[in-house]
Design a protein around this ligand. Structure first.
Ligand code: NAP
Length: 265
């Protein structure tokens, strides 16, 4: 039996186990996906122990995404983003990857949105960094807007042709933008949007990283403005798809994984 898993805290409500196990069922694989909550000081030992036990791959989530960088060989993208969410334990030294970036790209592509033109990324935390690098690497011109403007400027400074702004610049930035990503947590706890509704327009494709709830205020207002909307379950799905494909070398059964995930939102 192959074993995969997730290291984080808390992991109780994670949607990764049902999503990955749906893939194993669909493909008739003898495999399990298990969650672990190691103490912070036991993180390194947890990775070593997992390798010793023959666990093939681990996802990594809060609070370990940054720490994971120093306990593996990160690929170039994960190193630039500054966070690892997927460990491949099949090598002598674990390798680290950031599939949130693939999640952003593949969520857009799945909906027929071309990765070109100008993008506004709202947020400069982990998801914002993944989105900004994911899009800039495809040649999209990225503007980052963040509540803490220094963080937006710092991130933009790491990316060619990117710019950093406060949230007050959103109307101006969005006027000629093609893509919008909400990578803040706004919309999760309450019915709020980080983007003024009157700055949204029909020329935008809008991805919200927030997936609980799937239909956020931002997406409702974007749809009302005529924009194409993509909810956060698509990003979550495709980061899982990318991890599955890396670990197994097989094409992921995307529809089965998406169905299992959405059944639990
Ligand atoms: P994070 O590193 O803690 O960053 C949080 C971001 O949200 C920062 O840019 C922060 O701005 C901003 N923010 C928080 N509260 C705000 C407020 N009231 N007004 C304006 N901005 C606010 O978190 P993260 O890991 O990037 O996650 C961000 C969101 O993305 C979460 O909802 C998470 O669930 C979601 N996410 C989804 C996926 C997916 O697969 N769908 C993957 C990863 C993350 P400051 O810098 O000013 O604090």
């Amino acid at each position: 039996m192959q074993v995969f898993g997730l290291l984080g805290s808390p992991v109780e409500h994670s949607l990764s186990p049902p999503m990955h196990e749906a893939a194993y069922r669909e493909l008739g694989m003898d495999a399990r996906y298990v969650t672990f909550e190691p103490a912070v000081e036991e993180f390194e030992g947890a990775i070593e122990g997992a390798r010793a036990l023959g666990i093939r791959g681990l996802n990594v989530t809060i609070p370990f995404k940054r720490d994971a960088l120093t306990h593996c060989e990160p690929d170039a993208l994960a190193a630039r983003i500054g966070a690892v969410n997927t460990l491949d334990l099949g090598e002598r030294t674990p390798t680290g990857h950031n599939t949130d970036a693939a999640g952003v790209r593949r969520a857009f592509v799945h909906h027929g949105v071309s990765l070109s033109g100008r993008a506004v990324v709202v947020g400069a935390g982990g998801a914002g960094r993944a989105a900004a690098f994911a899009l800039a690497d495809r040649g999209v011109v990225v503007a980052v807007a963040n509540r803490t403007v220094e963080r937006a400027r710092e991130l933009a400074g790491e990316i060619d042709a990117a710019s950093g702004h406060g949230l007050d610049a959103l109307p101006e930035l969005l006027a000629d933008a093609d893509l919008l990503v909400n990578a803040t947590s706004v919309g999760m706890e309450s019915d709020e949007s980080p983007v003024p509704a009157d700055a949204l327009h029909g020329g935008l494709a809008v991805l919200d990283a927030v997936y609980r709830p799937a239909e956020t205020r931002l997406l409702r207002e974007a749809a009302a403005a005529g924009a194409r909307t993509i909810d956060g379950t698509w990003m979550l799905l495709y980061q899982g798809v990318a991890a599955f494909e890396r670990w197994t070398g097989r094409e992921a059964p995307v529809a089965a994984m998406g169905e299992a995930l959405r059944a639990r939102i």
